[in-house]
Design a protein around this ligand. Sequence first.
Ligand code: PLP
Length: 413
Amino acid sequence: MTYSVAACHAKGKCATDKIFGANAAAAKAAAQYGKNKVINATIGAFMDEQERLACIPTVEKVFKNFSINHIIPYAPIAGLPDYLAAMIELTFADHKPEAYLDAVATAGGTGAIHHTIWNYSEIGDTILTSDWYWGPYKILCQDALRTLDTYTLFDEQQKFNIGAFSAKVREIIAKQNNLVIIINTPAHNPTGFSLSDSDWDQVLDLFKDCVKDTTKHIIPLIDIAYIDYAGEKNACRSFLKKFGNLPANILPILACSMSKGFTMYGQRTGVMIGISSNKEVITEFQSINQFTSRATWSNINYSAMKLLADIYQDKRLLAQAEQERGEYYALIRKRADIFMREAQEVNLHMLPYIAGFFITVPVENPEAVCEKLHEDHIFAVPLAKGIRIAVCAVTSEKMTGMAGKFAKAIQAV
Ligand code: PLP
């Protein structure tokens, strides 16, 4: 036992990040063997075909034109009003639900997840997400003294496992009054899966049934970090309309981020949007989340919010930015298509990819397979039950032949 002065709840906290670890190993190999020989499939950011971190050119242009007075000011704690209004419009596009809506600026999508866990579950409560999940969910829960539980995301046909989902929701809601459920869709990290509109119908029917007991509250936290790389703008947003006219004890919250959609990863800018049929729930949403912002990071990045508001207000700039992002999306699709086609040729089983930054190959011994792949200078992220491949970061050229190498490594281990 090492000497510790930490408070009881903080003792032993240590976030070892497998993603950064795998990325460091790739960087070391690149220094040793040359960048051209190394495939770094660990990075959760879009890299162009020259393997450079890409910034949407319109975003870069607007940002670089800011005077210092658009970079250094404090922002209102709730966020710049024009930014919040723009984020609401961009998030819903043509699918705004019939409901009261409000938004609070957050430090990235992570901040929205943090606030939802803190303000909508009790200390000691269980939060639910799928068995394939983005690792920080667990850290966010643990740090807030909550527990993360999971349901099996896919059934035997590799479809959304509504049976497993329903069983877990009913089990947990029987024990606690508030249930926060994190659903990362569309373009889920790490699988690339998206719930279909009919999956959503089943999910919402279940929620409506569970909250007939009016002491119960369900808070679906929909993490839409990858929505701008999930397909045609309105098609991949159609599910959002379904959040209208829900019972007041169902409060969907959207965790939105500028990290991927506007390639502003490190600028730490996001928003949480609350959707309710009850005006008081939304007034409370605004008030309590703003309070928690004050208590955690105070206000967020002024210039990133200003940038989004400026782009949104100039329809020409917005169209340009969306077109440029569309080109990135097309490249990611092309890379994913290469992997999927080759995977089929070599009989490599992968989880159902619909869109987004990542593909996952389920394997029994992820660490050992990843080690084996290092012999081919391929670096990917070992998860609990599979390996995550960042199709956002591997060029089309390097993607070619990779599925075969995965199949060989799995066989060899
Ligand atoms: N949710 C998922 C699934 C993610 O992968 C990420 C980023 O990697 C985020 C949310 C939030 O990102 P940020 O806090 O940078 O907006």
